[in-house]
Design a protein around this ligand. Structure first.
Ligand SMILES: [Zn+2]
Length: 85
């Protein structure tokens, strides 16, 4: 099942991200732009690094993480850019 998307229009999310200093980047799975405040899942690249994904792709990211053998530690905030960000 797909996670429900926010009811707010995308341009409002974009403005919110801009003014609150959150990132605004395309989701690595579906390519849909989303903001750092939207708190989707994490697609892991290895045990310690990964990309945030949009809410709609949270389930898919978890499937891929499991398939790749990665379990995201729940306490960790992972940068959308990577380890050098
Ligand atoms: Zn997505």
């Amino acid at each position: 099942m797909m996670a429900r998307q926010s009811l707010l229009p995308r341009w409002m999310h974009r403005l919110y991200a801009k003014f609150r200093g959150y990132f605004w980047l395309p989701c690595p799975i579906c390519g849909r732009p989303f903001g750092g405040h939207e708190k989707g899942g994490t697609l892991l690249r290895d045990v310690f690094n990964g990309w945030m994904v949009c809410r709609g792709c949270t389930d898919e990211a978890e499937r891929r993480n499991r398939r790749n053998g990665f379990i995201p530690p729940p306490w960790r905030r992972i940068s959308p850019i990577g380890p050098t960000a």
